[in-house]
Ligand binder design. Structure first.
Ligand code: FAD
Length: 275
């Protein structure tokens, strides 16, 4: 199908882009989610502002004990980055499993985070990593924790005119084991359920995608693991307090079952990677 007619601007600077966004234009990054939605007429923006060519949003660097990833870094760049692989292996592993090579070469971390698809992979890892997002508008900049960012299906804490400028991640301790485990929708690569785990002695973080209307931290699982519960017992709590999604890929009951089974697998795999 053919999208509705729209204006397209490729600004040379971030300030220019933010001015246009403040006037109501819509950001375009990799176009992997937005363009299909426009073709299906589920989205019909009048004006697209292409962030993908802005060099000052394309970086991966370590600074002050954290990793900083600019919004237009592609999934492939995250997966291939020696720095991310060494300092934040959970994110590199997650990025390597997104979609297919075409999607990974075009899609961006900022676009994925902003789109907030309830079956997207990054949000599980970003919840487990307690990531922070730098959100920038024409006259503002603020930092929001992942726990406060993903609000509902395709709904985030972004205000009109704001973009995700940067993702901030912790540098992983040497002793921490991490793993991302997903049940793949075979047609797309999206997660029917996806479980991201970081674990070390007496401490655990667990992020979940696909099960609910947005990615979340499975606090009950974390607490059980930290209290010394066995893996199966802890994993059984992954859907606590959550309304499970039901769609053509999996009923709520089956999805919950998958989440429990794959949470246990993810925990065991992360444990096996502890130094
Ligand atoms: C065939 C296919 C398979 C896929 N498989 C997977 C998968 O297995 N796992 C997975 O997680 N994802 C998957 N995706 C989605 C993919 O990861 C997209 O890249 C991602 O969801 C959106 O990133 P993008 O850069 O393409 O954003 P775009 O499509 O350009 O934009 C998406 C939305 O975010 C907004 N936006 C873009 N950038 C920003 C920004 N910096 N700040 C604020 N708003 C912004 C846009 O206005 C739009 O509303 C798949 C997509 C396709 C087409």
């Amino acid at each position: 199908m053919i999208p509705q007619t729209f204006e397209y601007t490729a600004p040379k600077t971030l300030d220019e882009a933010l001015e246009l966004l403040a006037e109501g234009a819509k950001p375009l990054s990799g176009g992997m989610s937005l363009i299909p939605m426009m073709k299906l007429r589920l989205a019909a923006p009048d004006h697209l502002v292409d962030l993908g060519r802005l060099k000052d949003l394309n970086y991966i660097r370590e600074d002050g004990g954290s990793l900083h990833i600019g919004a237009t870094v592609t999934h492939q760049e995250v997966a291939a980055s020696a720095l991310v692989r060494a300092k934040c292996p959970l994110l590199a592993q997650t990025a390597a499993g997104v979609g297919d090579p075409q999607v990974r070469n075009r899609g961006t971390i900022g676009g994925s985070v902003a789109h907030a698809d309830p079956s997207a992979d990054y949000p599980a890892a970003l919840q487990a990593l307690e990531a922070k997002f730098v959100l920038k508008g024409a006259k503002s900049e603020r930092t929001v924790a992942a726990a406060d960012f993903f609000l509902d299906t395709f709904l985030t804490a972004l205000e009109p005119g704001e973009i995700v400028r940067e993702v901030i991640l912790p540098v992983e301790d040497a002793g921490t084991g991490t793993y991302y485990e997903k049940v793949v929708q075979k047609a797309s690569g999206f997660a029917v359920v996806g479980i991201a785990v970081r674990i070390k002695k007496g401490w655990a973080r667990v992020g979940v995608t696909g099960l609910s209307n947005h990615a979340y931290r499975a606090l009950a699982v974390e607490k059980a693991l930290q209290g010394g519960a066995d893996v199966q017992h802890a994993a059984a709590m992954v859907a606590e307090g959550v309304d499970a999604n039901s769609d053509l890929h999996a009923s709520a009951e089956y999805r919950t079952h998958l989440a429990v089974v794959h949470t246990a697998r993810a925990i065991l795999a992360a444990m096996s990677r502890m130094a």
